[in-house]
Design a protein around this ligand. Structure first.
Ligand code: 3UK
Length: 546
């Protein structure tokens, strides 16, 4: 029985027949029918007498578990008693990563609401879209993002009320939270399959998709990936760069630490320089960030003491072997690569340190099954290249979206990635299925060429795509950011081409190389290959015209 009074999210789930086949085989994934995940993540620790343990650390303030629990209760009371939130209502959250953002997330869920968090950098139109799609009436927002929020409001008639934190104004969230009697809050008695989160995909093409997650999904990611691969404990101090609106950040910076009673360090600015400084200052032990950030940090390690680190997690893009090896040589730490997706909530393939094969993503996380399938969904033999299919305790449920039938086929989640599984069951990333380059009849995976280029000391960053070509259909084109001290001349191009030919099958070498100072990336740190393809197509058509 749902606790939701407002059944909008439930009513807009895909039809059951289009759900993935959920699997809860492990004993730790059997959840009771009634459960509010915030009780399990947060209140549990105060109930066990661990309220004084450090929980949230930031440059401005630090909160123990008991202090965070009280803050969450105060916000939950503001939501329900001052603002009229009913179970099932969606609440928009906007802000850089901060203790308030974390507390707001947990408060909405504890009160039986549904979080819809948005990337801090979004513009009015992009903020208005989820407001309309998820029919959101209420927003909590960092006052520094007020300008764009107010513009969005003009475009989003559904939104009735915005409460800001941090402004110091008389109607600020903090003022409302100070209401006497607001320090305690009885959690909403939700069902474990009540919706608590709608995470929108960053959507490189088409409208963003709202992915629906339940209370049980939140715990399932902790009890699968967190417990079996990450294996953190209460003495850990987590840190990282992804925004909390991205489920990579939500898991790594909130869910995994809270599930084990650890501390989490939340920082607003998380460029590679900021991240290195914060790891050192706060003595972080576990870091979550993207492959590019590891490469950027490698160049800046000197002068920083990051000896507190014991685990490093990489996701969002493939971790090239060269980056893995360089980080291992510099820090002694084996980066844990893992593939996750907003649809799956978090990481579903990735291996613990002892089982890593450098260059491979890893093996399916306990609780998940993965296979490589052909266009018809038939499982392929080991060492064949095909589409990745996965199922487990979490999976794709789009909010009112026809694209559900593309992502879920025959009960399996089809992530849109091309993979190879070797005879030992390790999964090797090839490319996004729509990113494969076809040149003179050969299928070439851009990321493989990128990984080869990155092994050359002159290359700092690179992106490889297909450029239109009369003769071959497409040719392999590389966009390269050089390291300091190298120049992008014909000699370097020759050197890099020879290097690729010597590293992987020669026909995969980049026939053209263009030198750039930076690569286009999404707010979640992913290389925008479609943007590179557009650039490559532009250059090609100019050539034809001239
Ligand atoms: C790609 C990877 C190779 C892959 C995410 C961890 O990235 C996350 O979610 P998104 O919805 O994108 C999903 C897609 O990103 N990808 C992610 N990780 C890897 N490709 N190797 C990897 N290690 O194409 C996937 O389909 O933005 C990652 C946790 C939560 C997440 N939401």
């Amino acid at each position: 029985m749902t606790a939701h009074v407002d059944t909008f999210a439930r009513d807009n789930l895909p039809p059951r027949a289009q759900w993935p086949d959920f699997r809860f085989e492990l004993p730790e994934l059997q959840y009771p029918d009634r459960m509010n995940c915030v009780v399990e993540l947060l209140d549990r620790w105060t109930a066990q007498g661990r309220g004084a343990a450090p929980c949230l650390i930031s440059p401005n303030e630090s909160l123990s578990y008991a202090q965070l629990a009280e803050r969450v209760n105060r916000i939950a009371n503001v939501l329900t008693r001052t603002l009229g939130l009913e179970p099932g209502h969606r609440v928009l959250l906007r802000g850089p990563n901060s203790p308030m953002m974390v507390a707001a997330y947990l408060a909405v869920i504890k009160a039986g609401g549904i979080v819809v968090a948005t990337m801090p950098l979004l513009r009015a139109k992009e903020i208005a879209y989820p407001i309309g799609k998820a029919q959101i009436h209420l927003a909590l927002c960092d006052h520094r993002l007020a300008e764009e929020m107010e513009k969005a409001r003009a475009l989003a008639p559904d939104l009735q009320r915005v409460v800001y934190w941090g402004s110091g104004a008389a109607d600020a969230l903090e003022t409302l939270m100070a209401t006497p009697g607001y320090e305690g809050f009885a959690p909403c008695d939700t069902a474990s399959d009540d919706v608590c989160l709608i995470a929108f995909t960053s959507g490189t093409t088409g409208e963003p998709k709202g992915t629906i997650h339940f209370h049980r999904d939140i715990l399932a990611t902790c009890d699968s990936y967190g417990r079996h691969v990450l294996r953190a404990d209460a003495t850990d101090r987590f840190i990282g760069s992804p925004p909390l609106a991205f489920t990579f950040g939500l898991g790594g910076l909130v869910l995994f630490p809270l599930r084990v009673g650890a501390a989490t360090i939340v920082i607003e600015k998380s460029s590679p320089d900021d991240l290195l400084a914060a790891i050192e200052k706060f003595r972080a032990t576990i870091v979550f960030t993207a492959p590019t950030a590891y490469r950027a940090m490698l160049a800046k390690l000197r002068g920083h003491d990051i000896s507190s680190l014991r685990k490093c997690v990489s996701a969002g893009e493939a971790l090239p072997k060269a980056t893995f090896e360089a980080w291992l040589a510099a820090t002694g730490i084996k980066i844990l690569d893992g593939i996750g997706a907003t649809e799956m909530l978090h990481i579903f393939i990735g291996s613990p340190e002892q089982e890593i094969r450098p260059g491979a993503t890893g093996k399916p996380v306990p609780g998940y099954a993965a296979r490589v399938v052909d266009a018809n969904g038939n499982e392929l033999a080991p060492n064949s290249i095909g589409r990745l299919a996965v199922r487990g305790p979490t999976g794709c449920r789009y909010l009112a979206d026809k694209r559900q039938r593309q992502y879920v086929q025959n009960g399996w989640n089809i992530t849109g990635d091309t993979y190879l599984m070797d005879a030992d069951g390790y999964f090797w990333y090839q490319a996004r299925s729509d990113d494969m380059i076809v040149s003179a009849g050969y299928n070439i995976a851009g990321p493989e060429v990128e990984a080869a280029l990155l092994e050359h000391p002159a290359v700092a960053e690179c992106g490889v795509v297909g450029a239109p070509d009369e003769e071959r259909g497409q040719i392999v084109k590389a966009y390269v950011v050089l390291r300091a001290g190298h120049s992008g001349d014909a000699a370097t191009t020759k050197l890099l081409q020879e290097h690729v030919k010597a590293t992987i099958a020669p026909y995969k070498y980049p026939r053209t190389i263009e030198y750039v100072t930076e690569l286009p990336r999404t707010q979640t740190g992913k290389l925008q290959r479609f943007e590179l393809r557009r650039m490559a197509a532009d250059t090609a058509s100019h050539k034809l015209a001239s």
